[in-house]
Design a protein around this ligand. Structure first.
Ligand code: ZN
Ligand code: ZN
Length: 246
């Protein structure tokens, strides 16, 4: 609102200047030997009109510019909030639902399509082949996904009003095999130590010492056992790319 105040001040200053000009023009005819010249008054009136037009023109442009800047800032804010909320939804989906890699092509990156009304399951779509599959809720926190989803819906409506068209957000994330995590926890201490010693505490594929996981060479779902012979150390990246290639 300070702009409007300064606009008012500007208006006052311009009026004062115009009034002064008018005053000078009024005084001039009193000089001796100079008769009343209507031409000069005409010039003064023209200047006053021109001044008023340019003043209101500038005010109009300033207001329009300010409105535009406000709109842009609001869109920026909303977009950031959408990004944050979509990120929270993806995190919640990863952590609280039994999301699995695509059963057709083993792609691990999925897109969330929708949530069942009670959040007992979410529909995921493979980013590679488009196959859809439901992921069931695995924890009690799963229902919290509904809050963030409702919040996201509200943000998208507001953003849509500013853009004057429908806006959607896609929630994409790589799935984590929750069950594999549980199995890894159950590996006996002795077996874990044996594998660690044998593989030298490094990923057997790339040698990395970061984010190591115990990987079943033959998956448990295909009859692979929890023995050192069937297990190897893989870093998270190699393990994920292996899952996608099988
Ligand atoms: Zn697929
Ligand atoms: Zn590796």
């Amino acid at each position: 609102m300070s702009k409007r105040d300064s606009g008012g001040l500007g208006c006052l200053v311009v009026s004062a200047v115009l009034f002064a000009i008018w005053g000078i023009v009024q005084v001039e005819p009193e000089l001796p030997d100079v008769p009343d010249v209507p031409g000069e008054q005409l010039v003064a009136i023209s200047i006053a009109i021109l001044g008023a037009i340019s003043f209101f023109g500038i005010c109009f442009i300033l207001l329009k510019y300010q409105k535009k800047r406000k709109r842009r800032k609001r869109i920026e804010q909303l977009n950031q909030q959408v990004e944050e909320t979509a990120g929270r939804i993806a995190q919640c989906a990863r952590n609280n639902f039994t999301a699995k890699a695509c059963s057709r092509c083993y792609e691990s990156e999925v897109e969330m399509v929708r949530i069942s009304p009670s959040a007992r399951s979410i529909l995921l779509k493979c980013r590679n082949c488009g196959k859809e599959q439901w992921a069931k809720a695995a924890t009690e926190n799963a229902a919290k996904i509904l809050n963030d989803d409702a919040h996201l819906g509200g943000l998208l409506v507001r953003l849509g009003q500013l853009y004057e068209e429908n806006v959607t957000a896609s929630i994409v994330f790589p799935v984590v095999e929750v069950r594999e995590d549980i199995k890894r926890e159950r590996l006996p201490e002795g077996v874990r130590n044996e594998i660690w010693r044998r593989d030298g505490g490094r990923c057997v594929q790339c040698g990395s010492q970061k984010d190591l996981e115990f990987d079943h060479i033959i998956p448990v779902s295909e009859g692979g056992a929890n023995t050192a012979r069937n297990l190897q150390l893989l870093c998270e990246a190699c393990n994920r790319s292996k899952g996608a290639k099988i």
